[in-house]
Design a protein around this ligand. Structure first.
Ligand code: NAD
Length: 430
């Protein structure tokens, strides 16, 4: 996975020249740590879990990146995600480097008390290398605000002082930020709006299908509909629903939460009959003929196996790495425009940065203030990336990487490179 992730840099170096030392620096993580996390289970047994923290590059500031709980978490995956975080923070212009962490675990098999002990164990294992000016974790797949709250508390216990800025994505009353929960979906919508404005799209005629109806996908779908887009299909891991005239996202959300899956929307009687839709498979949703296909579930969803069947004119990547590099080439050849993850999903880390700033200042902003600042920041970076795609006549993904790598290379160069030291040696000897 990491080798595939780094392949994204190859087209960048065809357009911009960076010092060889920069390429070398960016090809290997600064620090990768694997730790054992012993947890006393409710039945009295001791179980040893494996935890990871990879701090990829900290030239631009303390590293930043989420903690994932998943049975498939491994060093390769965490390294790839930390590399993407490095590029993403640079594209977003945040004063952060990139990191990622995780535990190999199926959290659904643990009781809440076991989950709390595991989360506190993660902080005990990594407390020497994380901190408000060192490395700042956040939630990722299967971790949430409650877990961030436990982690902040464990860190406070170990350090005998409150340090809320050591972690972001906390519950609101424990130092979290207004607007954090919907930030990734809202940020992706601001990026799409920027693209839509440039291409004179009429929102009411723009059809959107959303894969993944979790935190990010739900907020994106809800806000996109509120801003006039026609959201015609959504899916979760158990199935998809489709209505060519558009779904009512709030109704869908209510039904899903009552029964815990979108399949619950396939009910009969009373309110359900007000909704008209077809049932699709997950694969059928991906292959719908829509203007925008939003990928908000997991990585590797469009691969060589299904890329030829994708009919959407634009793919908006909110999940990390949902399109593999070979599939990317096929989509491009077929004229599909991809708005890439490193730009489209940066709203989450931008508002995490706002949370960190608010914690450090001890001064908290309203939701309106957070959303206004998010809009300004992400729209500005999106404009630059779309302009660069024109300037370099390249894909939006390559343009986004160019934008991020230019910032990273600038920072690495400013620490001194071989030309700088050669010149200073010459000056000393003359
Ligand atoms: P989540 O767990 O809340 O939601 C994931 C959703 O995807 C669930 O509804 C699940 O049922 C669905 N899903 C899983 N497999 C599917 C499939 N094959 N087809 C259709 N749906 C499927 O997670 P989330 O926080 O919404 O994150 C989603 C993605 O966005 C992840 O890749 C995550 O790394 C990325 N991301 C999240 C944030 C954030 O702030 N939460 C920030 C940046 C990137």
């Amino acid at each position: 996975m990491f080798e595939l992730a780094k392949q994204r840099l190859e087209p960048v170096f065809k357009h911009i020249v960076v010092d060889e030392e920069v390429v070398e620096r960016l090809s290997i993580a600064k620090r990768s740590i694997i730790a054992s996390i012993p947890v006393r289970m409710d039945n009295g047994e001791l179980r040893i879990f494996t935890g990871y923290r990879v701090q990829y590059d900290d030239t631009r500031g303390p590293t930043k990146g989420g903690i994932r709980y998943h049975p498939r978490v491994n060093l390769d995956e965490v390294t790839s995600l930390s590399f993407w975080m490095t590029v993403k923070c640079a594209i977003a212009g945040l004063p952060f480097g990139g990191a990622k962490g995780g535990i190999t675990v199926n959290p659904k098999e643990l009781s809440n008390l076991e989950l709390e002990r595991l989360s506190r164990g993660y902080i005990r294992a990594f407390s020497d290398v994380i901190g408000e000016d060192q490395d700042i974790p956040a939630p990722d797949v299967y971790t949430n605000a409650t877990i961030m709250g436990w982690m902040a508390n464990e860190y406070a216990v170990l350090n005998r002082r409150q340090v809320p800025s050591m972690i972001t994505g906390k519950p609101l009353h424990l130092g979290g930020s207004e607007g954090r929960e919907s930030a990734t979906g809202l940020g992706a919508l601001f990026v799409l709006n920027e693209y839509a404005t440039r291409h004179d799209w009429l929102r009411s005629e723009t059809t959107v299908a959303v894969q993944g109806f979790g935190n990010v996908g739900y907020h994106f779908a809800r806000l996109a509909q509120a801003q006039g887009y026609r959201v015609v299909a959504v899916s979760d891991s158990k199935g998809a629903i489709y209505s060519p005239t558009g779904l009512n996202i709030e109704d869908v959300y209510r039904y899903k939460h009552r029964e815990h899956q979108l399949a619950s929307v396939y009910c009969e009687g009373s309110v359900c009959q007000l909704l008209e839709f077809d049932i699709l498979t997950n694969d059928e949703l991906l292959e719908l003929n829509v203007d925008v296909l939003v990928l908000a579930a997991l990585e590797n969803q469009i691969t060589q196996l299904n890329a030829e069947h994708i009919q959407a004119k634009t793919v908006l990547e909110i999940a990390n790495g949902p399109v593999t590099p070979p599939a990317d080439e096929i989509l491009q050849e077929n004229g599909t425009v991809i708005i890439p993850d490193v730009l489209a999903n940066s709203g989450g880390v931008i508002v995490s940065y706002f949370e960190w700033v608010q914690n450090k200042a001890g001064f908290y902003w309203s939701k309106e203030e957070v959303e206004k600042r998010l809009k300004e920041k992400i729209s500005r970076e999106a404009k630059t990336v779309f302009d660069q795609a024109k300037t370099y006549d390249c894909s939006i993904r390559t343009a986004a990487y160019i934008h991020g790598i230019e910032r990273l290379a600038g920072a690495i160069d400013q620490t001194g490179n071989r030309q700088y030291f050669a010149k200073s040696r010459q000056a000393e000897s003359s």
